[in-house]
Design a protein around this ligand. Structure first.
Ligand SMILES: Cc1cc2nc3c(=O)[nH]c(=O)nc-3n(C[C@H](O)[C@H](O)[C@H](O)COP(=O)(O)OP(=O)(O)OC[C@H]3O[C@@H](n4cnc5c(N)ncnc54)[C@H](O)[C@@H]3O)c2cc1C
Length: 421
């Protein structure tokens, strides 16, 4: 596969974007060399959606773009060229039946991310994609195309190179920033990277005592103290306490709306989202009247998970042994306020390695939005998470990978005069 008369397009990275791009290119008759450093292709794809792969969102393009907090305009052409419906049609045609769940999240009926990854791998192989297990170490302009250098297999010449190396999160899956280094070596700016969709560290030490506690039905509200305490996020869902702070679906979603600035945000957990403050007042009063001789801590057992009782007692300032009928009106009000608004202070995100997604990457101002080709470097494309685009949870990030990869493939097919997409 060294320099020859019909050199293949080289796709660097066999994750969601690279595999999908290779499938599109090979379907159009273009020879493809896919170079992936892991022995297994699509390692990150296989752990998406807790192993179930939320591969897209059943929404229109406008809604999709609303779920991309930064640089959403850049994705306008991509999502219109390859929509969420196109993703569903594509995988269904590959023999992966899909289902739609809460929040319009689309999963394979099998609940198996492996099925999604295997479908792409098998398609790529069946369509003749050459797969090389090696690490690309450099990409340099050469002879009207690019020289792709590898750690163990020598150099390859390619008229087009698609960089699909991912971001910086979950580096154990292979995405450890090589794409950013290739870009920097080619004088392409890379914006600062930070974690997104990430667990949060909080200041309150009592959080540790709640480690392992999962609240399935709580509302998390995040207020921005730099913006007059305006709520930047408020949603009902599931939240998990950890040894460092909070995690779980609600927290990951909230982080997409935040900057990594310790102390900037106040988190409030509504432990009783189904009751208004007034209804909760009445409920507490009723419990007191029905159980006048119960200790305060026993009274709380009817209202809270066991693990929370000690913490709520301590935060309310009411002694655990105080009898229910001795509670003052002010103490009842304090309890109500605590249950409706358990306060936490944001102390920062966990490290980027633990993030679902990397915020930041190759500066999209250098990239043609209609093709993902670098403006000043014909034949060089960046697709997927290596770019400075990221979405909220809900299948939007894999859709970004597919839509951007599609555009690169379409452009290359047109350039090589191959069968159009
Ligand atoms: C735990 C977890 C769960 C997620 N769940 C979802 C979900 O349900 N839905 C959703 O939409 N998004 C989800 N995401 C995000 C989604 O997985 C990513 O956005 C997506 O995988 C990005 O695709 P990519 O192809 O750009 O990068 P990756 O999937 O990271 O693939 C990059 C590939 O390039 C390879 N590579 C890197 N450098 C080199 C090199 N120098 N040479 C050769 N190969 C190289 C890597 O080994 C890797 O295989 C999840 C992420 C994580 C971490």
């Amino acid at each position: 596969m060294k320099k020859n008369s019909a050199p293949p397009t080289v796709v660097v990275g066999g994750g969601a974007a690279g595999l999908f791009c290779a499938c599109q290119l090979s379907a159009g008759g273009v020879p493809v060399l896919l170079i992936e450093k892991n022995a297994q292709l699509g390692r990150k794809l296989r752990i998406t959606g807790k192993g179930r792969c939320n591969l897209t969102n059943d929404c229109d393009s406008e809604t999709f773009l609303k779920n991309v907090p930064r640089n959403w305009r850049f994705l306008y052409s991509a999502i219109n060229a390859f929509s969420t419906q196109d993703t569903k049609d594509y995988f269904t045609a590959l023999g992966v039946p899909l289902k739609t769940e809460r929040g319009a999240r689309v999963f394979p009926v099998s609940d198996s991310a492996h099925q999604v990854a295997d479908a792409l791998v098998q398609t790529a192989r069946a369509q003749g994609v050459t797969i090389l297990q090696d690490r690309v170490t450099a990409i340099a302009p050469a002879d009207g195309g690019y020289r792709v250098e590898t750690a163990a297999s020598g150099d390859f010449f390619a008229p087009q190179v698609v960089v699909a190396t991912g971001g910086l999160s979950y580096p154990q899956t292979g995405s450890d920033g090589d794409g950013h280094r290739f870009a920097a070596a080619l004088d392409l700016p890379v914006t600062a990277c930070s974690p997104s969709l990430i667990p949060m560290v909080v200041k309150e030490p009592w959080c540790k005592n709640l480690m392992g506690l999962s609240l399935r039905n709580a509302t998390l509200t995040v207020r921005d103290t730099q913006k007059k305490d305006r709520p930047v996020f408020s949603q009902l869902g599931e939240l998990l306490f950890t040894h460092f702070g909070v995690s779980g679906p609600l927290v990951l979603s909230a982080s997409g709306h935040m900057e990594d600035v310790p102390g900037r945000y106040r988190l409030q957990i509504d432990l009783k989202p189904g009751l208004t403050a007034q209804q909760l007042d009445r409920r507490i009063l009723r419990d007191v009247e029905e159980n006048p001789n119960k200790n305060f801590s026993n009274l709380l057992a009817g209202l809270l998970p066991q693990k929370l009782i000690g913490t709520v007692c301590a935060l309310s300032g009411v002694p655990a042994t105080e009898k229910a009928n001795q509670l003052t009106r002010a103490q009842r009000a304090a309890l109500r306020d605590l249950l409706k608004c358990l306060p936490l202070t944001f102390a920062g995100f966990r490290p980027i390695a633990e993030a679902i997604i990397t915020r930041g990457g190759v500066d999209v101002r250098q990239v043609q939005p209609g093709s993902m080709q670098i403006k000043e470097r014909p034949g060089l494309y960046f697709v997927g998470e290596v770019l400075d685009v990221d979405g909220y949870t809900g299948g939007f990030n894999l859709q970004i990978a597919f839509s951007t990869a599609y555009l690169a493939a379409r452009d290359i097919l047109a350039k090589r005069g191959a069968g159009g997409l």
